[in-house]
Write a protein that binds this ligand. Sequence first.
Ligand code: NDP
Ligand code: 2IT
Length: 453
Amino acid sequence: MSAASYVQSILTTLKQRDPNQPEFFEAASALLKTITPVLEKHPEYMKANILGRIVEPERAIQFAIPWQDDKGQIQINRGFRVQFNSAIGPYKGGLRLHPSVNLSIVKFLGFEQIFKNSLTTLPIGGAKGGADFDPKGKSNAEVMRFCQSFMTELSKYIGPDLDVPAGDIGVGAREIGYLYGQYKRLKGAQRGVLTGKGLSYGGSLARTEATGYGLIYYTDELLKANGESLAGKRAVISGAGNVAIYATQKAEELGVKVITVSDSNGYIVDENGIDVAVVKQIKEVERGRIKAYADRVADSHYYEGSVWDADLQYDLALPCATQNEIDGTQAARFKAAGVIAVAEGANMPSDPEAITAYTDAGILYGPAKAANAGGVAVSALEMSQNSRRLSDSFEKVDGQLHDIMQHIFKASADAAAEYGMAGDYEAGANIAGFLKVADAMYYQGMKVYLDIN
Ligand code: NDP
Ligand code: 2IT
């Protein structure tokens, strides 16, 4: 069988097996389609059916999360942990709390995490979890009771050397604190079982900033490799959460004018450059809506709808909200808007038609699994600090993050060039991430003995 027909057969089987998992299928087909040249060079991976194995989670756990709201009513949510691949290290990946969470979304995120984690060079496997709980409008006490019930079940499946969750949409320092407290009550102190912890109980400096800062370090490399630089550029950033806030902060520090932030209702345009302190106050302190920014900052404006429909001129598109937030029609307008590069802070924010539109327009494209790997990279550094029972300085961790993002860009660019696709940083990231995992899977053998020679 040729490598191309092998890839196609895996995708066909995947669609037949799980026809109701569109996000997972989107992520899997985007990766597999770039892997054909690797299989041509490494036929042993086909023989060992590495692709067939890599698209199947090693374990997918679904469980009930009953909790009591402030009115005394019993609520029920659905929890997930997908332990996708442990070839190169303990399962690692965030927990998402959002009403849209389902098995397809958790599987797409867990699948992406395998290759992202591999790219960091650190020894972490891929996983993701979450629940269809909506934190919006809930009191602290409700969030606490929910998190305690979530962890009561999740604690059976995780551990510092087994599976180490962290934050994602809807899970920040508050939720990690409640989850960690419950784990500790159930199991005794285990400093390393979650990352993104508070600094007073084993968290790492710079983890809060890591994904956003890492995105900008990656974008810097992407631009420099193509004869451009960050200074003086105008950027559109979507989202107003953890990733968007620290991407805005680092971009502005490096001379970029960030003109937007957004949430799922609308977006702010501030031609003077987003005042990140105001965004932090609204989102991190008050847990409010981004609309409030326009009431507080002169000459800024709030509009309902998607920021990707806004009629603006800018150089850099940095989506930092959620999956499939940019479609082909929106992406087709980027060239005329002046966009020279897209770098993804969110996971899979560009749908397949959008990615084709970037390529057709000659827009540089930095895919999520490379561009947003800084968060999980610093999570792995947090695990390492916890194992050593030591805390590293902000400067040390930030320096390591910077080195890792430079490495990820270079590894992706080199892999793309080696396989005859120079400048295709998506294919390069997929190939570089895949090779290490495939090698580890190959040499660790099968559950059942298989003569692969
Ligand atoms: P937050 O919960 O802190 O913020 C999410 C932001 O995205 C909010 O502004 C939210 O708006 C917006 N958003 C969420 N869902 C939607 C939607 N369906 N439509 C439009 N906007 C939406 O999450 P993070 O900043 O942590 O995560 C953002 C993205 O980055 C996600 O894709 C996540 O997977 C990814 N990521 C996060 C990492 C991390 O370390 N936290 C690491 C790597 C990637 P609203 O309040 O209206 O919902
Ligand atoms: O998508 C991601 O990489 C994250 N949400 C961070 C995962 C982690 O374990 O820090």
